[in-house]
Unconditional design. Structure first.
Length: 285
């Protein structure tokens, strides 16, 4: 939503101030638009492999949706982990074997559809719970393994943002290329009347204008939003990591989820009291 609002403000500022003393028709040079769009798409395709192209194309529409990583989502995540760890503490590690092998049918996990439907989150949780069930663990080694996995995941999640940012950096150069092509065309018509030459030179300069406007006004904001989304997604994994490591270190479920709660951003972190009351309310259901 704010992306669209920002685009409107950018267009109103750029075109509105120009329209006060100039004609907007002078900016309508279709060949310049076609050339810049074509060069940009060509750069995007040439600079990336097919998996990154697919990931970027799939990620871009997501910036128009609201984030699911809010306080309610984190409360669900902590409540789910609390239930699993409480069951382990009460009935033993083997009691959750069925839950982690089939999360969709699990009496615990199935209560949290927003988490179960996120394949990456559930795979992260169940993989390390499965390791806990499998035998004695060295917490330091498990933490190191988690860090490596999360680094890989963050790199993959951040890739679309980096790709779009690189495209944004290339667009102004394409604007210059288009402008130079226009100037070359003007040089070939140097004997034309001044009015004709002025119109041709103005049309050539539109390329530079478009390259800068499209880059910093339209493409760069998309790159920033993709980077923010990737960073935001990493928070839930950090939270889960801390809860599981605390549990592996022998802390009670109530204390383990507090480790996770403390990793959350201040704007989406439930207070200790909020989380405690939520867990009591769910326990009573």
């Amino acid at each position: 939503m704010f992306l669209i609002v920002g685009y409107v403000i950018i267009l109103a500022s750029a075109l509105g101030t120009y329209a006060i003393h100039g004609s907007l028709l002078a900016l309508w040079v279709p060949t310049e638009y076609i050339a810049i769009v074509g060069l940009t798409i060509g750069y995007f395709v040439a600079a990336n492999n097919i998996s990154i192209i697919k990931a970027t194309v799939a990620a871009v529409p997501g910036i128009l949706k609201g984030s699911k990583f809010n306080k309610a989502f984190y409360i669900d995540a902590l409540a789910m982990l609390f239930e699993v760890l409480a069951k382990v503490r009460k009935e033993g590690l083997m009691s959750i074997e069925g839950d982690i092998e089939n999360p969709e049918a699990s009496p615990i996990f199935s209560k949290y559809p927003n988490l179960v439907h996120d394949h990456h989150i559930m795979e992260f949780v169940t993989d390390y719970l499965r390791m806990m069930v499998g035998g004695n663990l060295n917490t330091v080694e498990i933490e190191s393994l988690m860090d490596v996995e999360l680094e890989t995941h963050h790199h993959e999640a951040a890739e679309p943002g980096h790709v779009v940012s690189a495209v944004a950096g290339a667009v102004p150069a394409f604007g210059i290329v288009v402008a130079v092509m226009g100037v070359v065309n003007v040089m070939g018509s140097v004997g034309s009347p001044p009015a004709v030459l002025g119109k041709m030179i103005g049309g050539a300069l539109v390329g530079t204008f478009l390259g800068i406007l499209i880059s910093y006004g339209f493409v760069e904001p998309v790159a920033k939003l993709l980077e923010q989304k990737a960073a935001e997604e990493g928070t839930i994994y950090k939270c889960i990591k801390m809860v599981l490591l605390a549990s592996m270190s022998g802390y009670a479920p109530q204390v383990a989820i507090e480790f996770g709660r403390k990793t959350l951003d201040s704007h989406s972190r439930p207070s200790f009291r909020e989380l405690e009351e939520e867990l009591k309310a769910r326990k009573g259901k």
